[in-house]
Design a protein around this ligand. Structure first.
Ligand code: FMN
Length: 435
């Protein structure tokens, strides 16, 4: 879907705040997005650019579920089905993203946001990167990119990611940074599936998309994306990247990262730039949510009746996982924890709950832990395993960390007090209010 059309539909439903006064891409837009989060915002007059900017569009599961017209609990099954039934998108030679082909490449004309005082420069943080390898074909993922010139950026490429492996195999790789996408493309880009799977096929299974050929590189790109920055990334040509805020909302270190040289910029006629606050809820949901189906499947494959998985925002939407099961055997809780750690190697703490607990409620999760958990029986400790590179408390250099699982399910046979919350009577208030 064209992002602008979605924004228009939000305007019709009065679900987006429009800022009509002039605003700077330097700190001010990020400040407003942070203040109004999770309300979507459209900035109509950006001081330094002719283009409009939108942000906070998909900050939580509810906003994403609304986009697809489903309930939040249906997201995991929907995403699972899309991964299992991926299908090639229709091709078009009239991509909306190529309505305008800029004659020159000048990144200064774009509203690339400078988010925080500490940042090393203006950053693209919502860029979905299409790349390809002669053997594996196309890949989609996210890479933040810091502007270092009118036609040059430096992009953060985490070691081990598909794109990094493409760079290692080929030295230099053609790319298309696509900015301004709706959730089918954003979520597909954030999934971690087997190398060789073109995530655009997952996007297409989530909601039909079209693809079109990029102008200067041999890549098929989402036709409806708002802006496309085509060019080449070089493994050996590096530049300092950062500082920038990472997923944990802490400041990432400065590293030498690959340079991205731009060849062409194309965009829709009325293109809207997509802002995404680093480390905040939209970044978190896009990072954590696509990992939930993988965990769900691992737990299900152990024969557990798993009902839902939630990678919680408080745990940086990466390090903490809450799982709801229908417990049938006494060791289902511990088995769930083992399977979930196998399904998400970056997880540091995982909790498993019974079906009566609302895993989206911090208070209910804490209540279940307070009333159903005993450390001598229900604790799983995984001493010094490789964890997430994002965790500041993991051992520097090795990322070794101690992982911990908490079985917060009740025992099947109650010996003492009941584990259930006492229910108060339900009354019809109309009977008692008024004269
Ligand atoms: C908003 C967002 C920003 C991200 N930024 C980066 C980044 O700058 N560098 C990086 O290597 N991975 C980044 N990631 C993570 C990868 O895109 C993600 O793990 C990827 O889907 C893994 O893909 P792969 O299995 O195809 O390698 C980001 C993810 C999200 C959701």
């Amino acid at each position: 879907m064209i992002l602008e059309n979605y924004i228009i539909s939000l305007q019709k439903q009065d679900k987006i705040t429009t800022i009509k006064r002039e605003i700077s891409k330097h700190l001010e837009i990020a400040g407003v997005l942070k203040t109004l989060e999770p309300t979507p915002v459209l900035f109509e007059r950006v001081k330094e650019s002719e283009f409009r900017v939108a942000g906070n569009l998909f900050c939580n599961k509810k906003q994403i579920a609304d986009y697809f017209g489903i309930r939040a609990e249906e997201i995991i099954p929907t995403l699972t089905r899309a991964i299992e039934n991926k299908s090639p998108p229709e091709q078009t030679d009239k991509g909306a993203c190529q309505e305008v082909i800029e004659d020159t490449v000048d990144l200064d004309k774009l509203p690339i946001l400078f988010h925080n005082e500490i940042d090393g420069g203006p950053y693209i943080s919502s860029g979905v990167v299409v790349s390809a390898d002669p053997e594996y074909g196309q890949n989609l993922d996210f890479h933040r990119a810091m502007q270092i010139g009118k036609d040059k950026m430096v992009t953060r490429v985490v070691r081990g990611r598909d794109f990094y492996n493409f760079l290692k195999r080929n030295g230099e790789v053609d790319v298309a940074f696509c900015i301004g996408n709706t959730p089918e493309v954003l979520i597909a880009a954030a999934t971690s599936v087997d190398t060789g799977i073109d995530e655009l096929e997952i996007a297409n299974a989530l909601r039909g998309i079209k693809v079109t050929k990029a102008k200067t590189v041999d890549l098929m790109i989402p036709a409806d994306t708002e802006f496309v920055l085509e060019g080449r990334v070089f493994l050996e040509e590096t530049h300092s990247e950062g500082p920038f805020i990472d997923l944990t909302e802490t400041v990432d270190v400065i590293r030498q990262e690959p340079v991205f040289e731009l060849k062409r910029i194309t965009h829709r006629k009325t293109a809207i730039w997509q802002g995404l606050l680093p480390g905040r809820s939209e970044h978190k949901i896009l990072m954590g949510m696509p990992r939930e189906p993988t965990i769900f499947k691992k737990v299900k494959d152990r024969g557990i009746d798993v009902l839902d998985v939630y990678i919680t925002p408080g745990g940086a939407s990466w390090l903490h996982v809450a799982i709801k099961i229908k417990k049938k055997n006494e060791d289902d809780g511990i088995q769930t924890l083992e399977a979930a750690f196998a399904g998400h190697k970056s997880a540091k703490h995982i909790w498993v709950y019974d079906e009566d607990i609302d895993i989206y409620s911090d208070e209910e999760r804490e209540w279940a832990m307070a009333t159903r958990f005993q450390a001598d029986d229900d604790l799983l400790i995984k001493d010094r395993e490789t964890g997430s590179s994002l965790d500041p408390s993991a051992e520097a250099g090795t990322n070794l960390t101690t992982k911990c699982g908490f079985d917060c399910t009740k025992v099947l046979e109650t010996k003492g007090k009941s584990f259930d919350k006492a229910k108060f009577p339900e009354v019809d208030m109309k009977k008692f209010l008024g004269e």
